[in-house]
Design a protein around this ligand. Sequence first.
Ligand SMILES: [Fe+2]
Length: 409
Amino acid sequence: MTDTATLSDTATPIVKAADVAYVRFSAPDLDAMERFVTDFGLVVAHRDENLLLSRGLEPMPFLHVVHRGPAKFIGWAFEVDSEDDLAALADAVPGCSAVHDIGGTEGRLGGGKRVHFVEPISGFVLEAVHGQHAEPLASRRDRHTYNHAGVDDRVGVEQDVVGNRYPIKKDPGPAEVYRLGHVVAAVPPGAHQAFMKCLADTFGMLVSDSARMIIPPGAEEHFPQPLVELIAATGSDVMFQFLRMDRGDALTDHHSILVLALMDGTPEAQFSHAAFEVFSMDDVFRGHMHFRERAAEGAPYALAWGVGRHVYGSQIYDYWHDPYGHVHEHMCDGDRVDASYGPNTIDMTDPGQLGFNGGSQWGPTVDESGIHSLNGPQCDPKFAEQPEEIRASLLSRDLSGVQHIVDAI
Ligand SMILES: [Fe+2]
C-alpha cells in the first residue's frame, strides 16, 4: 500500500489542465448572492433575472457563476492550453459534449470554447475552457510593501493599507479578489480515491501532499472500525490529497484541487469550498473584518474557519459560509511549485505531521473558530434553519432541477 496507491497506475492523461477557471452554482435568491459576492470582493460582471457572473482583477471574464434555480453547487471549470485539448476531452471522456463556442452572456463577456461532462463518481459537472479573455481590472490598493524588523523595504511612505489616510473615506470595505485559487470536493469514502484517480487520468493532476492513515500492523483496534474497514475494502489508506496542475518547469499553486473523504455519513459528494486569491494578508484580514461587520448587521454569513495559516500550501486563510452554506475562502501567500515537487506523504496518525487545529501553522483553535469540518453546506450553522427543500437540494447531486442550465453550458 503506497501513498499513490490510487494514482500510481495513471497512464498518460488525456490533457494537462492549466488551472481552475470558475465555479458554478444555482440559487433561489440572486439578490442575496449578489450581496454576498460583492461583500466577498468579487466584481459583478453581469446580472439579470436568471444569471449572476462575477470576476476578479485578473484578465478573465468571470470566475463565479450563479444561476437562478434550486440551491446547489453544480461544478467547476478547468482551463486548458488549446482547442486540441478540448477536442481530446470530447473524444475520450464518456458523455462529454462536443467542442463548441461559449454561448450566451458567458461567451459575450469573454469568448472562448469549452466542453462539459457530468463526472459519474462525484456527480459534479466538470467543464474545460480555452480562449477566454477579458481586460484586467485595476486594483484600488495595489501591492503593499512590508517592513520586517531590521529590514526597511518601505522607506518614507506610510503603511496605508485601507486607503483611508488621505482622504478620509469608509474604505476598508471588502477584500479585492484577484483570481480563483482552488476548489475542494468532499467525496464519500472509497469514491474519493476513484475521483482522485479520475482527476489525474483526465486532467493530468499531480499529487503534492497525500494524507494517509498509516495504521501500524496490529494496532487496528485503536482506530475507528469504519476507518479500518474502509482501508481494507479499498486497499488504500489515502484520506485526502492536495492535487496540482502539471506545468512542467513552470510554477503552479501547491494545490488547485483538494479531494477529501466525506466521513460524516452524507451520502453524496459535496462542495467543500472554493478559495479565491487576494494580494496580501491585509486583504485577508480586511475581508474577515468586513464579513464580521456584515454578519453583525444581520447578513446571512457565518464564519467557517479563520484567520490562520495552513501547513500544507502555506496559505493565510479565512473561510465563510455564503447565504446557502457554500464556503468561500480568501487566501494569499500560498506555495508555488513546479512538477518536480513531491509527492509527499502526511502520516495522519502522527499529530505532529498534520499541524495543530486541523492543519494550521497558526490560527484560531477549532473551538474558537467554530469550524467542525469543511465537508459541505451541511456544516453551516444556518443549515438547520434552511427550509427542507433547500437542504435536500443542497446535499443532492441530482441535476434534474438544473438540467436546463447544464444543457446550456
Ligand atoms: Fe482552501
